[in-house]
Structures are given as structure tokens and as C-alpha cells.
Design a binder for this molecule. Structure first.
Ligand code: NAP
Ligand code: G3H
Length: 481
């Protein structure tokens, strides 16, 4: 059958064949915009998931044995096919996860660029050669050849918010390094993921080198994560899910990119107009449903009134509506997520936060809310809202901001706004996060920069070069001459 034979139920990919599940069960995907059914994907059985992993395992040695430049050429063709499908995949991302059409298409284009860069960078991986005489008792006659070899079968699990980009950013580095892949897309976003895989099949993917497993993570997740033929896991998603996966997986490498509570620290000498613009864009694009969204602002008391006024002005010009209306603030992925955001707002208001501007709720559509005078006793000061809220915490000085950040359970990114670079570097040195942005919003790209979270924000490093590294291990051959 073909992927688009029946536009309602999209089949999964097994050994380059599009298949229906024998369970006959499916999971429906509804548009966040209006609840309309976008389509459905199979709820695969454990037996089908087992076969998907085994088939990826069976062909792994052959795939590893192919020449690196052939794998690189496959990725280049994939990028080309993906670009040709920009409109179709963009439309599906838009419907499935409620991104505006232009943002959805940009995601596809960004992904094609990421795949191309990976195809190039992957050609430059190499091992090393070490002589023994640097260690007492050994001699130059003992030499180590350190090769870089793939782990084997990589399980790639992606989140809903970048259903194509955050899937390809795992699959491309796995394939270029000779790993085979079992891809588990987020259910909301799975159709876009399947279309992205169709582009890979068109590009000439050999049978079994990538199989897709679909179905709720809560149902098939533990089975696939603990499958004995999975050799490495790369996951992006919520901290709770990531921690659960890390506990389930035993004795295999696990790379995790998880949640965040990225602060924007605003010093007295900041350019407040630019700062407000970066904060509003950083906090509210895609309605705050980005791991790297600015999720709390720590502003020096002396400039807080001015900054808050500028943020208010900018937020109040944002268009709230459906993603199909090209609005700035669009419906959240589901009701449950919207309920959670509202509970954080209510808790903060009850505990005395000042409402600067409050968005109206219409089911899962929440207008943007700005709350000032957020204090440490409020959940909003610490919890990842993953929604359209800007909490503002006023601080007396830089030390107070650093102290607040030190107690953050997350450590993805932080922004510092100041004209004094020396100050920025001093503060940056004290923040336990993966990345510090100076005078810019927190954000993942460019995609070849290392990207990582510490504390509850993750383990391991991504970004094209580092993702490639994470897909390889050392294998040492010692020559005793
Ligand atoms: P999620 O609910 O944790 O889901 C992520 C993926 O895990 C989905 O594919 C999900 O499948 C799957 N899953 C669920 N339970 C599983 C289990 N027991 N075993 C294996 N897989 C399982 O996250 P989300 O709601 O999609 O994404 C939002 C979160 O991701 C936010 O916290 C955000 O900060 C974080 N995020 C982090 C980054 C980063 O790079 N640091 C990037 C993007 C998002 P189903 O969809 O079928 O449930
Ligand atoms: O949601 C997490 C993404 O990795 C954020 O990527 O900063 O490019 O929006 P972004």
C-alpha cells in the first residue's frame, strides 16, 4: 500500500513497506485549531514493534559496511526530496500541531538544511592513533588505533512541537554514522513525521535501515525502550518522560533534551526597547511551546517599570487566533496543557502577582498573559509553563538573579541583557545552564552550534557535530609490535 492510499489512517513504515497494524486500532490526531480530525496512525502491537526493531538490527551490519560517502549522498537526496515536499509537509505540520503555515514550512526548510549539513559534517568523523610511550612502563612499540564505530540500532523519539526538525536532527546523524534507526514520532505530529520518512524512502533508503513505530508512547514506549536490540536512545520531550526513559533503559547510552525554565536577566544598562522585543518574541512565539522559550524574566528593580511597560505594549499588539488565521498567539496543543497554564496563572494571582495584561481563554486558545511581581512562593516562578505567559520577577541586584537561577531545577539556556560585556561574562560564568545568550533571546539555532541542557534539562549534547559524536563510540585496536 502507499502512504496516502487512505488519507484518514496513515500506515507505518516497515522494511520500506507501508503497513496497517493487525490490531486494527488507530490513534486519531485532532487539529489544535478546531478539533477537526487530521488523520490517524496505527496503534501498533508489541509484536509489530518487536519486528520493527529486529529488522533494523538485522540490516545494521550491512548498513555500517556501506561507504560513508554513499550514506552522505543518501542524506543529500533526502534533503532534496524533503524540500520538494515543503508545501505538503508544511500543511500537515500546520494542521497537526497548530503552527502557522509559514512557521511550518520554515521548519521543513530548516530541516533540509540540517540534513545537508549533517551529510557534510558526517564525512569528517575520524578516529585517532595513540603511542604507548607517554605512559611509564609502555613503549612506542605499543600503539592504539582508536576507531569510531556506530552503536547499532538507535531509537529516536521526538516531541510534538518540532515534529519534523527534532526527528531529523536525530535520524540524520544516526544514519550518516552507520546506525540503523527505529523512529517513534510524537503521536501529535506523527503524520508529518511519516511524510518526512516518505521523502527518505524516495531518496533511496535501503530496506529496514529505518522503521517507524506508531502508537501512544505510554502504551508502546516501555516495550521499545527496553527492547534488547536497541543500542542507543536519543530523546527529546518532557523532563518526566525523559527521566522515566533513562530509568527504564539499561546499560545503553541515552541522550536527553528535556524541559526548561529559561530566564532573561535584564541589567540596568540594557537597551530596554530591544530587550522587550527579544523577551516577547522569545517567550511567546508558537505560544511559548518551545523548550527554549523565555519562561521567566528577572529584571533589576530600577528599570522594571520601564521594561514592563514596553513588554505590555508589545504583547497587546499580538494577534490572538487560530494558526489558520496566521495569528501570533495560537491554540495550545490540547486542553490539558491549557488547563495547566491557567492553574499556574491562578496560583500566581492568588498569591499576589500583578496582572499586567491577561489573555482571554477560549478552550485551548489562551491569549498572552504578563504577570509582574512574581515571587518565589508561586509555582509560576519554578514550573515550566510551556504556554503564553511571561512571569516577571523583580530583583535588587545581579546576585539575587544568579541565586534564583542557581535554584532552578532546569538548566537549558539563559539570556543576559546588558551593554557591559564584562558583566555579562561574569554572570554567564556563574549560571549552570547549557548556553548563555548575550543580548538575544534563548534559542536552539543555528543548528550546528552545540545544544544541551544540564540538571533536569537533559544529558548529552546535540547540535549537528555533537549529535554525530553521540552516535559513535570508540573501538580500540592495540598493536603490540
Ligand atoms: P512528551 O510528552 O514527553 O513526549 C515526547 C515523546 O515521548 C513523544 O513521542 C511521546 O509519545 C513519547 N513518550 C511518551 N511516553 C513515553 C514512554 N513511556 N516511553 C517512550 N516514549 C514515550 O513531550 P511533548 O509534550 O511532546 O513535548 C513537550 C516537552 O518537550 C516540553 O517539556 C519541552 O520543554 C520539551 N522539549 C525539549 C526540547 C529540548 O531540546 N530540550 C525540545 C522540544 C521539546 P506520544 O506522543 O505518543 O505520547
Ligand atoms: O522546543 C525546543 C526546540 O529545540 C527549540 O528550538 O529555539 O529553534 O525554537 P528553537
Amino acid at each position: 500500500m502507499s502512504l496516502r492510499q487512505d488519507k484518514k489512517v496513515y500506515p507505518y513504515l516497515f522494511n520500506n513497506e507501508w503497513k496497517e497494524s493487525t490490531t486494527g486500532e488507530t490513534v486519531e490526531i485532532m487539529s489544535p485549531d478546531d478539533g477537526a480530525v487530521v488523520g490517524a496512525v496505527p496503534a501498533m502491537s508489541q509484536d509489530e514493534v518487536d519486528q520493527a526493531v529486529k529488522s533494523a538490527s538485522d540490516v545494521q551490519e550491512n548498513w555500517e559496511a556501506t561507504e560513508g560517502h554513499e550514506r552522505s549522498e543518501l542524506l543529500h537526496r533526502w534533503a532534496e526530496e524533503l524540500e520538494k515536499m515543503t508545501d505538503e509537509i508544511g500543511e500537515k505540520i500546520h494542521l497537526e500541531v497548530g503552527k502557522t503555515l509559514s512557521a511550518a514550512k520554515s521548519e521543513v526548510k530548516r530541516t533540509a538544511q540540517l540534513i545537508r549539513h549533517t551529510a557534510e559534517e558526517g564525512l569528517r568523523t575520524h578516529g585517532s592513533f595513540i603511542q604507548g610511550d607517554a605512559f611509564p612502563g609502555a613503549s612506542k612499540a605499543t600503539k592504539a588505533m582508536v576507531q569510531k564505530v556506530p552503536h547499532g540500532v538507535v531509537l529516536a523519539i521526538s516531541p510534538f512541537n518540532y515534529p519534523v526538525n527534532l526527528a531529523a536532527s536525530k535520524i540524520a546523524p544516526a544514519l550518516i554514522t552507520g546506525n540503523t534507526v527505529v523512529f517513534k514520532p510524537a503521536t501529535q505530529g506523527a503524520i508529518s513525521g511519516l511524510l518526512m520518512v516518505e521523502a527518505l524512502v524516495k531518496a533511496g533508503l535501503p530496506k529496514g535501515v529505518l522503521n517507524v513505530v506508531t502508537g501512544r508512547g505510554s502504551v508502546i514506549g516501555d516495550f521499545v525502550v527496553t527492547h534488547p536490540s536497541i543500542d542507543m536512545i536519543t530523546f527529546t520531550g518532557g523532563t518526566g518522560t525523559g527521566q522515566h526513559i533513562a530509568k527504564q533503559a539499561s546499560m545503553i547510552p541515552v541522550v536527553l533534551e528535556l524541559g526548561g525554565k529559561d530566564p532573561a536577566i535584564v541589567l540596568e544598562d540594557a537597551d530596554l526597547e530591544k530587550t522587550a522585543k527579544e523577551i516577547v518574541g522569545g517567550a511567546l512565539s508558537y505560544s511559548g511551546q518551545r523548550c527554549t522559550a523565555i519562561k521567566r524574566v528577572m529584571v533589576m528593580n530600577s528599570v522594571a517599570d520601564e521594561l514592563v511597560a514596553k513588554i505590555k505594549d508589545k504583547v497587546e499588539t499580538l494577534k490572538v487566533g487560530k494558526s489558520s488565521e496566521n495569528a501570533d498567539i495560537t491554540p495550545m496543543i490540547d486542553q490539558k496543557s491549557a488547563d495547566f497554564v491557567v492553574s499556574l496563572i491562578d496560583d500566581a494571582k492568588e498569591k499576589g502577582a500583578t496582572v499586567v495584561t491577561e489573555g482571554i481563554r477560549n478552550e485551548n486558545l489562551l491569549g498572552a498573559t504578563v504577570l509582574d511581581n512574581v515571587t518565589e512562593d508561586m509555582e509560576l516562578a519554578w514550573e515550566e509553563q510551556f504556554g503564553p505567559v511571561i512571569p516577571i520577577m523583580r530583583v535588587e541586584n545581579e546576585l539575587e538573579a544568579i541565586d534564583l537561577e542557581k535554584r532552578n531545577q532546569y538548566g537549558l539556556q539563559a539570556s543576559i541583557f546588558t551593554k557591559n560585556f564584562e558583566n555579562a561574562f561574569t554572570i554567564a560564568d556563574k549560571l549552570n545552564v547549557g548556553t548563555v545568550q548575550v543580548n538575544g533571546k534563548t534559542s536552539r539555532g543555528p543548528d550546528h552550534f552545540p545544544f544541551l541542557g544540564v540538571k533536569n534539562s537533559g544529558q548529552g549534547v546535540q547540535g549537528i557535530g555533537r549529535s554525530i559524536d553521540s552516535m559513535l563510540r570508540d573501538k580500540v585496536l592495540v598493536l603490540n609490535l
